[in-house]
Write a new protein. Structure first.
Length: 62
């Protein structure tokens, strides 16, 4: 079964790319979590960021 990808509308053009360097062991831990939820790691991280914004009373714009 293919992993779920982010279906959020992008608006005009492509979304901005974001590079992140993390320790390989942390990367593996995050990949394991996202694999368990059958979503891409990028989607998992975006969902995490959106939840954190909402927790702080900020409505995500994208």
């Amino acid at each position: 079964m293919p992993k779920t990808k982010d279906k959020t509308p992008r608006g005009e053009g492509r979304s901005a790319a974001f590079q992140l360097r993390i320790h390989p062991q942390l990367h593996q831990q995050l990949r394991t979590l996202s694999d368990d939820e059958n979503i891409t790691l990028a989607c998992w991280l975006k969902d995490l960021a959106r939840r954190e914004l909402r927790r702080r009373g900020i409505e995500p714009m994208g």
